[in-house]
Structure formats: structure tokens, C-alpha cells
Write a protein that binds this ligand. Structure first.
Ligand code: SAM
Length: 397
């Protein structure tokens, strides 16, 4: 039985434990992932020629969105030539829209307590090996002060769904940051809340909200999350955020367990419908203390290809080259920028807690990834012909 530790009282969910055993067993035996499906079309011949692939990318560029089946075929056709074709277009579109500017966000991972139990995530409530921490308001304010000195004009407050951080506490925190840093944008990424809570945070001064939808397919969503979490609620949260007026970000992991090209096509269609200002995608990376420990990591190439296709489909997107991408490849961020990304989010949390915010194994957090290493990051960004700007980096229509 699993104790729900965060409430200070023991609540038990026997059904979940049974389901967990089943997931682990399935995971150990399952070899097939989208990775093996989305290899070179030339080798596997999934019915889409290179020319047809290019034609579909051209259509995407002209804002004629292929239907779900054709989008899935285009995704499955992931190969070097198509990646190259998509990358060229995507980078040119990003340049036209945002120039060579790369926006930076100071990421403050302020709590790793979480009441949720997502099967893929290292800070899920059932992970008893996770060393829990939460930053005080004072510590968060100190991160922001340091961040502003380093040239950050956006602070992203990200955390697990930590019941300690009530709406009142978040409102106070947002107001304090807003008052102390009037020229900076405040982004929240603290999970699913009621609309009224989102409205309060917005009124207090929050500008943006990141909430990945994780997958837009209900059956897939249920394979990644326990039954108390639902895709319909996730989508409702995203719609509420948009309506309230936040610059809103959704997103998904690439190569999450059980993911297929059709699921990814559905993600694209959902993004098309929602019209978010930001989309965060990064490879799924297994965490050793989760039910998905034995699963296969998401692929670098597929992530890059999808970044390019997203940029082509929605030119105005704020599209980060994510930490997960930097984790699976030493030049992950640069490759992401070449593929069409225009945002990077270095870690601004106090050094002592960085490795405790462990969503997946091997997460980079102390090298060039760190906010203090602005100059290393600058050099990396310049190596691919772009430059970091000191700017809030708001969405531009
Ligand atoms: N609690 C907030 C929420 O639900 O949006 C923010 C924190 S949550 C840990 C941030 C994101 O980390 C998730 O949306 C998920 O996509 C990503 N993530 C979690 N585990 C991961 C893994 N094993 N590999 C890659 N990304 C992961």
C-alpha cells in the first residue's frame, strides 16, 4: 500500500499499487516504442516518399494543416533529409519572427514536494528516495535579485503541486516579486488549479503559465498518469489560462512510454486548436525510482524534428531548447536553436537544491546549464549564429 505522505496523515490507495505492479511488469517486457517506429522512411518504407514528406512540410508552412493520418505519416517519416529540410525552414521562420534573438528565463525550482503520482516523474509522491525540499519566500526573492543582476528579465517559478504553497502564499509571493522587479515577467509552472486561483495569480502580477498537456490522447494520458488525473481537466486548465490572459505554454515529452506517431499528430492538432504562446517539448528520460525506470529514452533526432515542425506550423511560438534536450546531448541546446527554438531556461535555483529537483536521471544543472554561467551559455548560443538578449522576451504576434 502507498502512504500519501504529504498530508501528514496516511491515506491509502491499494488499487494504484496493483496498477503500478502491472505497469512495471509491462514496462520490463515491452521493447517497442515510437523510437523504433519513427526511423528512416527509406529503410522502412511507411508509404511516404521524401518528396511527399517535403510537400507536407510545405503545406504546414502555408498553414494548411494535414489531417491526423498525414501528420502521423510525416512524423513517422523522420529521417536526416526531412530533418534538414524542416530545420532550414524552421530557423529561417524563427529569424524572420524574432530575429537572431534568444530569450533567457531564470528557472527557480522552488519545491519538489508533489501530491501527484505521474508514472514518469522523479518527484512523484510515491518516490520515497526523493530528498524533499522547498525554498522559503526569502530564498526565492534572493534568487530573483541574483537573476536580475545576471541579466534575467523573466523568472519561472516551477514546482511540484505542493500543498504547503497555498493560493494565498503564491499570491503573496507573486506580489512581492512584481513589486521588487517591475520590469520582469513572472511565469508560473505549478500545475493544475481552479480557474479562480489562476485568476488570483494573474491579478497579483503573474504574466505567463506553463502547463504541459503531456499528451492530447486520452488513452495515452491514462497510461502515463494515475486515475485521479485526467486529460480533460488538464485541457480545461489550459483553456482557463488562455481566457484569463496568460501567455500560456503547453507541451509534451517526446518518446514517452507507449507514444506513437498518431499521438504526436494529435498533440500537433491540439496545439493548433489551443494556439498557445509557448510550447515546451523535450525527450522523455527515465528516472530510476519510477515505474518507467526501464523504459527507453526519447530520441534526440525526433525531438529536433518536432521542434522544427512546430516552428513551421506556428511561427510566433516561444519555443525553448529544454534542459532535457541538453541532458541527452552535450550540444542539445545549440541543436535545439538550430532546429528553430528561441528560448533557453538556465537554472537559477540555489546550487544546494539543484540536484534534488530530479525529474529524470542525469539532469544537467551545474555546468553551462547554470544561470551563473551566462558567458558559457552566450558563447554556445553565438556558436550557432544567435545571441542572448536582456529582455522579458514576450510573445510577439
Ligand atoms: N507540477 C508542474 C506541472 O505539472 O506542470 C510543473 C513541474 S513538472 C515536474 C514539469 C514537467 O517535467 C512535466 O510537465 C513533464 O513533462 C516533465 N517531466 C517530468 N518527468 C520527466 C521525465 N522523466 N523526462 C522528461 N521530462 C519529464
Amino acid at each position: 500500500m502507498t502512504a500519501v505522505w504529504w498530508q501528514g496523515e496516511a491515506r491509502f490507495c491499494e488499487g494504484d499499487d496493483q496498477k503500478m505492479g502491472q505497469i512495471k511488469a509491462e514496462s520490463m517486457h515491452r521493447q517497442e516504442t515510437v523510437l523504433t517506429e519513427t526511423v528512416d522512411v527509406q529503410r522502412h518504407g511507411n508509404g511516404l516518399s521524401l518528396e511527399e514528406g517535403k510537400y507536407l512540410i510545405d503545406q504546414l508552412e502555408q498553414q494548411q494543416i494535414p489531417d491526423r493520418e498525414r501528420l502521423a505519416a510525416l512524423i513517422r517519416a523522420n529521417c536526416e533529409e526531412l530533418r534538414e529540410y524542416a530545420r532550414g525552414k524552421a530557423r529561417a521562420i524563427a529569424d524572420r519572427h524574432y530575429g537572431k534573438n534568444i530569450f533567457i528565463r531564470g528557472l527557480i525550482e522552488f519545491t519538489n514536494y508533489c501530491k501527484n503520482d505521474c508514472y514518469y516523474c522523479g518527484i512523484r509522491r510515491s518516490n520515497t528516495h526523493a530528498e524533499r525540499y522547498r525554498l522559503s519566500e526569502e530564498e526565492i526573492m534572493a534568487c530573483c535579485r541574483e537573476g536580475e543582476k545576471l541579466g534575467f528579465r523573466t523568472f519561472v517559478l516551477q514546482g511540484g503541486e505542493d500543498p504547503y504553497y497555498t493560493d494565498d502564499r503564491i499570491v503573496d509571493l507573486v506580489k512581492r516579486i512584481r513589486a521588487a522587479h517591475p520590469d520582469c515577467a513572472i511565469t508560473l509552472s505549478i500545475g493544475e488549479k481552479d480557474r479562480a486561483s489562476y485568476e488570483r495569480f494573474f491579478a497579483a502580477g503573474a504574466d505567463r503559465y506553463l502547463l504541459r498537456h503531456e499528451t492530447a490522447t486520452d488513452t495515452h494520458y491514462r497510461r502515463l498518469h494515475p486515475s485521479e488525473l485526467s486529460l480533460s481537466r488538464r485541457k480545461q486548465c489550459l483553456r482557463d489560462l488562455k481566457e484569463i490572459g496568460y501567455q500560456t505554454g503547453c507541451g509534451f515529452m517526446v518518446g514517452s512510454p507507449y507514444q506513437t506517431a498518431e499521438h504526436l499528430a494529435e498533440d500537433f492538432l491540439f496545439i493548433r486548436e489551443l494556439q498557445p504562446e509557448m510550447v515546451g517539448i523535450g525527450p522523455f528520460i527515465p528516472h530510476q525510482d519510477t515505474p518507467f525506470a526501464g523504459e527507453v529514452q526519447g530520441s534526440l533526432e525526433l525531438t529536433l524534428y518536432l521542434l522544427s515542425l512546430l516552428r513551421i506550423m506556428q511561427p510566433d511560438l516561444l519555443l525553448p531548447a529544454t534542459t532535457a534536450l541538453a541532458t541527452i546531448h552535450p550540444r542539445g541546446r545549440e541543436l535545439g536553436i538550430e532546429a528553430g527554438a528561441n528560448v533557453v531556461m538556465p537554472n537559477l535555483s540555489p546550487v544546494g537544491v539543484r540536484d534534488k529537483y530530479s525529474l529524470y536521471d542525469g539532469k544537467v544543472c551545474t555546468g553551462d546549464e547554470a544561470a551563473e554561467c551566462r558567458h558559457c551559455l552566450e558563447r554556445r548560443v553565438e556558436s550557432v549564429g544567435c545571441h542572448i538578449v536582456v529582455d522579458r522576451g514576450d510573445h510577439k504576434c
